[in-house]
Design a binder for this molecule. Structure first.
Ligand code: 5GP
Ligand code: MN
Length: 333
């Protein structure tokens, strides 16, 4: 029953898109590779199919992703024409689009395209698949279903998205489907070597210094089950790094063998702390992030918490420690 329900949802969503007079495609604040790759891949494909499209993201594009085709096309606020359909990609909850929320919430039709295992679904139609390694895998399926061609630009965007959200095809969310889609995207013109170099091998000196600061502050707590680090406002000033230069630092913490949870606390300015959480799979960190108003996936989640940094850090560490010591999760681990 749910199968045919899902199939009907896809049919209705495709009809909405194909008969639209104008579409806003949007993604989340502090965009990552999947957010931007899905946004651009989908927007480009729809535009090339002759639809009127605006690609929207309230926050700036981190320099790592400046190589993506058509990246300059992204607007931080809605254009001067009115859309009748919105497609929101990679957002567990409409609030994740930040300042764009009122413009999207007011549209006649909204489609939620996402791979979060979420209770925050929104919109008339939901193309949600938590088994997808990246939202871009769902975009890929949608374009195939709509029989839209994948050129090198679209393939590059979607490949970068799948690559980054599956941690270079290493994380637990990597499936045969992720790899099959990646293969199709390479056949469609995505260059795996060039994209990997851009995403992983062009870190700036400032960002590398910031990584060094984070690594110099590693702290193990909860009997070695948690490893964490912090970045303060002064670290950004001293290294010249920007707040998006923290991308990828958590992967180094996650790579340490032994701890079950890795946490990076980032205090870009003085009134809020960005918390990144990673798990080895034995504890669901999205539940912890949710307690603090954030969300994410079981093994990768985050939140932004207002308050004094030391207090926020203490509260998050306590919540993680509590989750780790819950009997059921220890059994599962
Ligand atoms: P990161 O630690 O890389 O910033 O975020 C990891 C994942 O957690 C993201 O892919 C996203 O799914 C989720 N996430 C991060 N920050 C937030 C947040 O503030 N709210 C929600 N709902 N999810 C977040
Ligand atoms: Mn994603």
């Amino acid at each position: 029953m749910s199968e045919s329900g899902a199939a009907r949802e896809w049919t209705r969503a495709i009809r909405l898109i194909e008969t639209s007079s104008g579409i806003y495609v949007a993604t989340h604040i502090r965009p990552d590779g999947d957010a931007l790759g899905s946004l651009l891949g989908l927007s480009l494909a729809l535009e090339k199919a002759g639809l009127q499209v605006a690609a929207l993201c309230a926050d700036p594009v981190p320099s790592t992703y400046a190589f993506l085709p058509a990246v300059d096309w992204i607007l931080s606020s809605p254009p001067d024409w009115q859309a009748d359909v919105g497609i929101v990609v990679d957002c567990d909850g409409l609030a994740r689009v930040g300042a764009l929320e009122p413009a999207l919430a007011g549209l006649p039709s909204l489609i939620d395209l996402d791979h979060h295992d979420t209770e925050q679904a929104f919109g008339q139609e939901q193309l949600i698949d938590p088994t997808a390694g990246a939202s871009a895998e769902i975009v890929y399926d949608l374009l195939r279903e709509m029989e839209l061609p994948l050129d090198a630009e679209i393939s590059t965007c979607l490949y970068a998205a799948v690559l980054t959200d599956t941690g270079r095809f290493c994380y637990g969310n990597t499936t045969a489907r992720s790899l099959r889609i990646a293969a199709e995207l390479v056949a469609g013109g995505a260059d795996p070597h060039a994209i990997a170099r851009k995403v992983y091998e062009e870190r700036s000196m400032a960002a590398t210094h910031l990584l060094g600061v984070a690594l110099s502050r590693l702290a193990a707590t909860t009997d070695g089950q948690v490893v964490s680090s912090v970045l303060r406002p002064a670290d950004f000033a001293e290294t010249g790094a920007s707040s998006s230069d923290t991308d990828g630092i958590i992967a180094h913490l996650r790579a340490i063998g032994g701890p079950r949870v890795a946490i990076l606390f980032v205090e870009p300015d003085h009134d809020a702390v960005r918390v990144s959480l990673r798990s080895d799979g034995s504890v669901d960190v999205s539940e912890i992030a949710l307690e603090f108003g954030g969300g994410g996936h079981a093994m990768a989640a985050g939140c932004t918490v207002t308050g004094k940094a030391e207090l926020v850090e203490r509260r998050v560490l306590d919540a993680v420690s509590l989750a780790l010591n819950r009997p059921s999760e220890q059994d599962a681990g």
